[in-house]
Write a protein that binds this ligand. Sequence first.
Ligand code: ADP
Ligand code: MG
Length: 367
Amino acid sequence: ASNVSVKVAVRMRPFNNNEKVAGSNQCILMNKEHRQVVIKNPQGGEDKVFTYDYVYDSCLPEEDEDYAGQDTVWGDLGTELLEAAWAGYNYSLFAYGQTGSGKSHSMVGFGEARGVIPRACEAIFEKMRGGGGNANEGDDVRYKVEASMLEIYNERIRDLFVPMNQQDKGGLKVRDSPSTGAYVYGLKKIPVVSYSQIERLMAFGTKNRTVAATNMNETSSRAHTIFCIAFVQTVVNRDTMKANDIRSEISLVDLAGSERVSRTGASGDRLVEGGHINKSLSALGNVINALAKNGTSKGKKKILVPYRDAVLTHLLKNSLGGNAKTTMIAAVSPSDTNYAESLSTLRYADRAKNIQNVAIVNEDANE
Ligand code: ADP
Ligand code: MG
């Protein structure tokens, strides 16, 4: 087992049209070398400085040497993801930030600018074809890849690989297993043998999501979307015929917008959703705070982590303070019109740095 801190990346998107038209100013600056983010208070208050594991400035001109595009992000996070998968660690990546800040851009991407999820799927199949992995000479390796995709919407879990009209109205439930931790009972896990198959599944799941328009971003999802890859390597020794399973669960989480409800002008149904989103994201905040306190209190009595307060945190239990290598990517706008939300995102991300996970290799002999 190895003690690992949650890694935190902050990514700043370019100005969008509304921000340009409004003539807004840039209130966040990044320093790649020192991995620092400076946020300036537009009312002339004090500057705040934060340091993270990675800072990605996508607001610079693309030709700038410090510009961070999809390749840059994948270059860092992809290496860690693949290493974890092959070594048999659980890995999770989650994107946090207000609606329109660039969470889905980093996770899924748009068109040619593919994000982490499609790149990860492709890279896994590519690496499998390349062989190697944990095999020694005289070993045979077999691989199994299964994909699942779910959405948490108003505290209900929906299987995104099941068509809307065949969904159970009450939603699926999280259960705890002593060996593998929290999981969704009855969630469809689809065995996949190629990247193009995963791509088709993802397209189906994405269309199947619950999307509702808000003032801030017409296409934004008010739900949390989680894409999971279960990766198993079976290593068989040709002489003894003994087989070993090395398992890795990869969870890629695109969280709902973190903005406060009042900003989006929500009313009626939307307001109920907003409440729930706040509930699960504030539960996530409470879990992060508790874990951060435990992470910094050396040897002192640990406080209870309130995983059970929301479906999201219950399900993410393995990834937060549990058995996983975890990275959080916090997305921010450069504009001073979003100052308050960006500051709250940077603070949230700052606390997440203190979480300690204990990552254990998932390996068992199967006689
Ligand atoms: P979120 O998922 O957080 O609501 P999106 O990922 O949908 O936000 O991003 C909002 C808009 O900003 C999209 O049109 C997206 O293409 C654009 N965008 C976000 N991040 C970047 C980036 N790093 N570079 C270029 N465009 C971006
Ligand atoms: Mg999104």
